[in-house]
Design a protein around this ligand. Structure first.
Ligand code: ZN
Length: 343
């Protein structure tokens, strides 16, 4: 799917994460006019929302090749030398730069703990956030390579994830965005639980990640990732569960609500970050449906993955390594979840 319009650049150098939340309805219409008809479905979520209103501009298609990565598989892990690079280059892309006032606390908390919910519109709602991968997975290859049952087949317990070419790892990224997201959702009154919070040496396995959401009776679960595709492949996409009824997997009850959750997140993510939907997955919709991810197959509660951008593309990675941009990413995801939970 091609896009018209200028090359996308972050339109808000001030880095204000909230600036776009209260834009006007006319810009919503303008955005809808710029994007392909196939996007109209989830843009409706924005058109009917109270807030929102940022214009969007799509990036031109840089490549027709499909090099989609796999959040649960080996496809996004890249060459071993890159893994080592990411492993050893601990200083790059730190999420807690002093100059980044919006950076979240890095203090760890027990994985499954949740803080008392504040009052707010999401009071009583439970959101499980699944920060993809784990920074320790690089050092625990035996453990994470152990096969686990994902219903349709067996798959590795977990994967290392990808990294930028400069060694900022996906695991660092996912945990940072997830912590920012937790802060935002707790302000809305939600009870938030993590699958891991940098407080365990590796994993958890994808089946356990799903079980944590199930056991929490989560009203919504989002698994945060960034992709490891070819340079030139850009943009975000949200992965929705396919209908799977095989072995221990049965997603028949979550396909529809997960789609609504994913559409709302995609719409808000576009609006808040200004990032375009993927130009290499989902035919420009920013949505992809998969049946090969254990984290989705084994979920019994509404759940989606989001690939926030491509760490292997220079322009996308410039965003992904920016604390200000990650705050926007968290804001977009949060607004999507809030919209879904408030109905
Ligand atoms: Zn991933």
């Amino acid at each position: 799917m091609s896009y018209v319009g200028p090359e996308f650049e972050p339109a808000d150098p001030s880095g204000s994460p909230r600036r776009r939340r209260f834009g006007g309805r006319p810009l919503t219409v303008a955005a809808a006019a710029l994007v392909p008809a196939c996007l109209a479905g989830w843009l409706i979520w924005d058109a009917t929302a109270d807030d929102g209103g940022k214009d969007s501009q799509g990036a031109p298609p840089a490549s027709s090749s499909s090099a989609s990565s796999d959040p649960d598989g080996k496809g996004e892990t890249g060459p071993d030398k890159e893994k080592e690079k990411g492993k050893n280059d601990k200083g790059h892309g730190s999420s807690s730069k002093p100059s980044d006032p919006s950076a979240p606390s890095t203090s760890s908390k027990p994985s499954h703990s949740s803080r008392p919910a504040a009052s707010g519109p999401l009071k009583g709602k439970v959101v499980v956030i699944d920060p993809g991968h784990n920074s320790g997975n690089f050092r625990h290859t035996t453990e994470i390579n152990r096969p686990v049952d994902i219903g349709t087949n067996q798959k590795e317990c977990d994967t290392t994830g990808t990294s930028t070419n400069n060694g900022y790892t996906e695991a660092q990224f996912t945990l940072d965005v997830s912590r920012r997201l937790r802060t935002l959702l707790e302000k809305e009154g939600a009870t938030v639980k993590f699958t891991q919070d940098g407080d365990r040496p590796w994993g958890p396995c994808v089946d356990e990640r799903a079980q944590i959401g199930n056991k929490a009776h989560a009203d919504a679960v989002v698994s945060v990732h960034a992709d490891g595709s070819a340079a030139g492949n850009r943009g975000f996409h949200v992965i929705l569960p396919a209908k799977v009824q095989s072995g221990s997997a049965d997603t028949s009850g979550i396909v529809a609500p997960s789609r609504e959750l994913g559409e709302r997140i995609a719409g808000k993510f576009l609006r808040v970050t200004g990032s375009a939907p993927s130009n290499y997955v989902g035919d420009g919709t920013g949505l992809d449906v998969r049946k090969d991810l254990g984290g989705l197959n084994l979920s019994t509660v509404p759940k989606v993955f989001i690939e926030c951008g491509n760490m292997r593309d220079a322009k996308d990675s410039a965003q992904l390594t920016s604390g200000a941009w990650r705050q926007k990413a968290a804001q977009g995801i949060s607004e999507g979840i809030v919209g879904f939970l408030r109905g």
